[in-house]
Design a protein around this ligand. Structure first.
Ligand code: NAP
Length: 305
């Protein structure tokens, strides 16, 4: 039997994920708070709904892809939320990046209605969402994951069961720690090379292939050299995620000094009104402290224009 799918949240990530679900042949009902964002998917064959509740009425598996913990609570538990019409035996799959603790609370409330939940946050960005190559980190019951796996296969390439509810989000937050610190280490390496007068393009070419090599160096450093700070993954979302990390770390009595540092450095970008730039714009904070700008041809003083 083909599962009827629902998708709530058609932003940068949700819309291309929805397109891939349609491409894979799933019947799809969608809802987005800003209704005009549903039009493209409706034109491709999805059914538009008037509320998250209406999505749940018409779906066996309901996916949410909204911004933050309060937003997931809103569409699932709030007025006209999923919980008011979801049937026993259905599955709610939250693919947003939110708090592991809030995830566990929502899962427990759904369980009272005999509804299973998976937390299934993703990595791979807009590109991965468009190409159907997301990494999907799953928390929840393994048998429920097997039921949902064909749906995940339409959107992602690597699907890993991490553990019980909340553990998908724990994995995603671990991912965000590594991403943020990779960006910072890249930024310091590039600014150091620029300040010392090296041709940063050549430095990049040399170090990409060695022990320093990273996704950030391959994908973001060339953009920095072109002074292209378009996202990718926005500073504002990165800060939302690092804030979730710091909250979870506080609950665990865990010190994460590197994460705390990069969180504070990215606050400068927010203060400068740059929170819609890509997270690798953290290089601008290091550049400001150094008085140089990273350019392909090497060192360039800020005041050289
Ligand atoms: P986005 O483009 O800002 O889209 C957010 C979506 O959530 C929009 O559809 C928005 O509706 C909806 N929304 C937000 N608050 C809501 C509320 N209270 N009630 C109802 N709908 C609400 O964000 P995105 O980039 O798609 O990110 C979605 C999630 O994926 C986030 O948790 C993010 O951290 C995660 N993620 C993003 C990336 C990335 O590269 N962008 C990568 C991995 C994971 P409106 O259209 O009405 O605003």
């Amino acid at each position: 039997m083909t599962e009827r799918l629902g998708l709530i949240g058609l932003g940068i990530m949700g819309k291309p994920m929805g397109k891939n679900l349609l491409k894979a042949g799933f019947p799809l009902t969608v809802w987005n708070r800003t209704a005009s964002r549903m039009e493209e998917l409706v034109a491709l064959g999805a059914t538009g709904a008037a509320s998250p509740k209406e999505v749940a009425e018409n779906s066996d598996i309901i996916i949410t892809m909204v911004s933050d913990s309060p937003d997931v609570q809103q569409v699932i538990l709030g007025e006209n939320g999923v919980i008011y019409s979801v049937r026993a035996g259905s599955v709610v799959v939250d693919m947003s990046t939110i708090s592991p603790q809030v995830t566990r609370e929502i899962a427990a409330l759904l369980k009272e209605k005999n509804v299973d939940m998976l937390d299934a946050p993703v990595s791979g960005g807009e590109k991965g969402a468009m190409e159907g190559t997301l990494s999907i980190m799953v928390g929840g019951d393994a048998a429920v994951l097997e039921r949902v796996r064909p749906v995940f296969n339409a959107m992602g390439k690597r699907i890993v069961h991490i553990g019980e509810n909340g553990m998908g989000q724990v994995c995603k937050l671990a991912n965000q720690i590594a991403v943020a610190l990779n960006n910072l280490s890249m930024a310091e390496a590039l600014v150091f090379a620029a300040k010392a007068g090296a041709d940063v393009g050549k430095v990049l070419e040399a170090i990409q292939a060695g022990a320093a090599g990273s996704w950030a160096l391959n994908n973001y450093a060339p953009k920095i050299l072109r002074r292209d700070f378009s996202p990718g993954f926005m500073v504002s979302l990165q800060q939302k995620d690092l804030n979730l990390v710091m909250q979870a770390a506080r609950d665990l009595n865990l010190a994460l000094p590197g994460t705390a540092l990069t969180y504070e450095l990215q606050k400068a970008l927010q203060a400068w009104g740059l929170e819609r730039e890509g997270n690798f714009a953290v290089v601008k904070v290091i550049e400001k402290m150094a008085g140089v700008e990273v350019k392909a041809e090497g060192r360039r003083m800020k005041d050289e224009g």
